[in-house]
Ligand binder design. Structure first.
Ligand SMILES: [Zn+2]
Length: 346
């Protein structure tokens, strides 16, 4: 299996996020990538550096205003007279909670604080000095993976960091800034008529769902912990099936908190049936490990070996497959999860 990764992705070093009413240490530590690179080495895989594809592939799924905001934010933040260590909002616009918010109007504030509240959806996406560089490289890693699939590879792993699946067309949330999975899926559409996304991160892939919610050419499936009492709370319910032409092309498979490998395996089987019925020609797996029982913000109970089962099942779908790295924060466990996934996928 080929893999892609750029060392600049480790530059992103967030300092803080809000949890249970307290500003706490971040969970998306740069050390995560070292663990994942170690797992790749075990399988004899040396990741290639992605080409500098720039913002064009990103703009295929994200709004121009949002991308330019992220790209230019840091120097603007430095102009504030009394500022914290990272760009952070302190107010948010009202949101109705509607699942389909693809019609959000352009951002009206021209000042930085209004734009921060508009484009950063919560207090888990601080923007520091290197955030944009790492985010761009992460997206380029996804693009390079998609391009390898387009040139005939059957299986590719993109070691993306920061993660992407919570990022909406015009909003960063949940440690995610640019939606790498969505960027890659859109890229694959240049040569594949129908692309399926299967997200097995413990959190609902709300950004991915939102980006493709009105489309019938990209099937979005997410297996995740029940959002009724788990991030991202407001989406991820079974009744969200798509809108307009996208009706019937979104499938949410929430799992009870405490569920383990058996429940996950059954959900992946259901996803496989849906992917087959859809007639997918290519597949993107949004692979997170925060369903692991040791994850510090997790509520599911998978073992590392359960990720091997996921890998084997995904391989059996028989499609050109791009694996995009999402979350997973148990530093000691995530290398074993990727190791098991790759072992199962063989
Ligand atoms: Zn997650």
């Amino acid at each position: 299996m080929r893999a892609f990764y750029h060392p600049d992705q480790s530059l992103h070093d967030p300092q803080q996020y809000m949890r249970f009413g307290k500003i706490v240490a971040p969970k998306d530590l740069p050390e995560r990538t070292a663990q994942l690179l170690g797992a790749l080495r075990k399988h004899g895989i040396t990741p290639e550096q992605p080409a500098a594809s720039g913002t064009d592939p990103i703009l295929a799924v994200h709004s121009e205003g949002f991308v330019r905001f992220l790209e230019t934010l840091w120097p603007r933040w430095l102009e504030l007279p009394e500022r914290g260590p990272e760009a952070w909002p302190n107010t948010f616009p009202y949101w109705s909670g509607r699942t389909d918010e693809s019609v959000r109007p352009p951002c009206r504030p021209t000042g930085i604080m209004g734009q921060l509240g508009w484009y950063l959806g919560d207090l888990s996406v601080p923007v520091g000095e290197h955030c944009w560089t790492s985010t761009l490289r992460s997206a380029e890693t996804a693009v390079a993976g998609a391009d390898a699939i387009l040139s005939g590879e059957r299986a590719v792993y993109s070691l993306c960091r920061p993660s992407g699946h919570h990022a909406r067309a015009d909003r960063a949330t949940g440690f995610c800034y640019i939606n790498n999975t969505a960027v890659a899926a859109q890229r694959l559409r240049s040569n594949f008529g129908k692309v399926a996304i299967l997200d097995v991160d413990a959190h609902h892939g709300d950004g991915t769902q939102q980006i493709f919610y009105r489309r019938d050419d990209v099937l979005t499936i997410s297996v995740h912990a029940d959002p009724a009492n788990y991030y991202p709370f407001f989406t991820g319910y079974a009744g969200e099936t798509g809108n307009g032409p996208g009706e019937g092309f979104n499938l949410n498979l929430p799992l009870d908190h405490g569920a383990g490998g058996e429940a996950m395996a059954a959900a992946v089987d259901r996803a496989g049936a849906a992917i087959k019925a859809f007639g997918a020609e290519a597949l993107v797996i949004a692979l997170g490990y925060d369903a692991h029982k040791d994850d510090p913000i997790g509520v599911l109970k998978l073992d590392a070996t359960d990720f091997g089962t996921i890998g084997a099942k995904v391989k059996a779908f028989g499609l050109p497959t791009l694996v995009v790295q999402e979350g997973g924060y148990a530093i000691e466990a995530i290398g074993g999860c990727l190791d098991a996934f790759l072992g199962g996928f063989k």
